[in-house]
Design a binder for this molecule. Structure first.
Ligand code: SF4
Length: 352
């Protein structure tokens, strides 16, 4: 089934030494620069960060709730797409207590549009744990943070360093790329974490980690690094020339068909199984029965999920009696926990 194929694709996506480090005088050796010291690297990086960091809402304070929320939202989602959701989510749930007290369906509805709803489930579970088991106090160390639902090695390090000043390195995809290029070696896993830890500026660990991520996100870009703007260019062994990082795989294309049955102020929606691993319990449009696919679509739109570009065709139909699902007043639909695609369709159809 096509719906199943979408689920499969989304499931796959669900998922963000000084001895080897360049040090020295910044003079070229052949077409490479000689190594530079650890201190130079950290200092140059932090000076650049202080001058160039983006003004992001979660950077305005080091409140653990704000830092935690931003880190969870930034997992698998770009900064540009997160800012608006982050502000709206905070308006709705201004504290970990309000988040913990909310119903899961309300949290999922507020999360709608960010995708990867497993993150929202775990965020809600973690909020309840902080409030009910820890009396509203966030764990302050990486090791303790990692015991909360949805917080892994990277997120716990990022939160511990930014919100609590713990001197731990955080290595995400951006940091990995920057370090590999600076070192001129394809190094991953624990050895890379070890090097990141040795490079960490222990006086400003949170800023250092954010600076590394910022450098990877804005200058040391995957395809075309802007080396001429890079604060550590003189300390970088590759300067963007060496590595062949994996390029994006060719994207698959697929068409899917959905049914929009709207009668007066009512809309028909289908709830996803609570047992499914992906977006359990969320509402979406029912798939269009094959028997009703003969007429042309009323609405077409594109929707990208992981490595697949979907051509989504929506037909306005009257679904046969007995079709599984429920009727909702259009005025209520916006408050439901909708899948991102359902929300997109219903917005374009001017239902919400
Ligand atoms: S932007 Fe260029 S110079 Fe800077 S770390 Fe990346 S590859 Fe090296």
């Amino acid at each position: 089934m096509r719906t199943r194929r979408i689920q499969d694709a989304m499931g796959k996506r669900e998922k963000r030494g000084k001895q080897n480090f360049p040090s020295g005088n910044g003079q070229p050796t052949g077409d490479r620069r000689s190594p530079a010291s650890q201190g130079d690297f950290g200092g140059q990086l932090l000076r650049w960060f202080d001058r160039n960091k983006r003004d992001l809402p979660w950077r305005r304070d080091c409140d653990p709730y704000h830092v935690w929320l931003s880190e969870i939202m930034l997992q698998q989602t770009r900064v540009g797409a997160v800012v608006e959701h982050y502000n709206r989510f905070l308006e709705r749930f201004p504290s970990v207590e309000t988040l913990a007290a909310a119903r899961l369906s309300t949290v999922l509805a507020a999360w709608s549009g960010l995708g990867y709803y497993r993150r929202a489930h775990r965020l809600h579970a973690a909020a309840r744990e902080v409030v009910h088991r820890r009396r509203g106090k966030f764990p302050a160390t990486q090791a303790e943070l990692e015991t909360l639902p949805g917080i892994g090695r990277y997120s716990s390090a990022a939160i511990a360093s930014i919100a609590f000043g713990q001197a731990v390195a955080a290595v995400d995809g951006n940091v990995e790329r920057v370090l590999q290029r600076v070192l001129g070696r394809s190094i991953r896993g624990n050895p890379l974490w070890q090097i990141a830890t040795e490079r960490l500026n222990a006086r400003r660990p949170g800023d250092f980690n954010q600076a590394m991520m910022e450098l990877g996100a804005t200058v040391c870009l995957p395809r075309e690094p802007k080396c001429c703007l890079c604060p550590v260019q003189a300390l970088c062994r590759t300067q963007g020339e060496l590595e062949r990082f994996p390029t994006a795989r060719r994207r698959a294309k697929q068409a899917v068909d959905y049914a929009l049955d709207r009668r007066r102020d009512l809309v028909f929606l289908l709830r996803r199984s609570r047992q499914t691993t992906l977006m359990p319990g969320m509402w979406e449009l029912p798939e269009l029965p094959t028997s009703q696919r003969s007429s042309g679509p009323w609405l077409t739109l594109r929707h990208a999920i992981t490595s697949t570009d979907y051509l989504v065709r929506v037909a306005k139909v009257r679904l046969p009696p007995g079709t599984k699902g429920s009727w909702f007043k259009a005025s209520r639909v916006g408050q439901l926990p909708l899948t991102g695609l359902a929300r997109k369709i219903l917005r374009q159809a001017k239902v919400i």
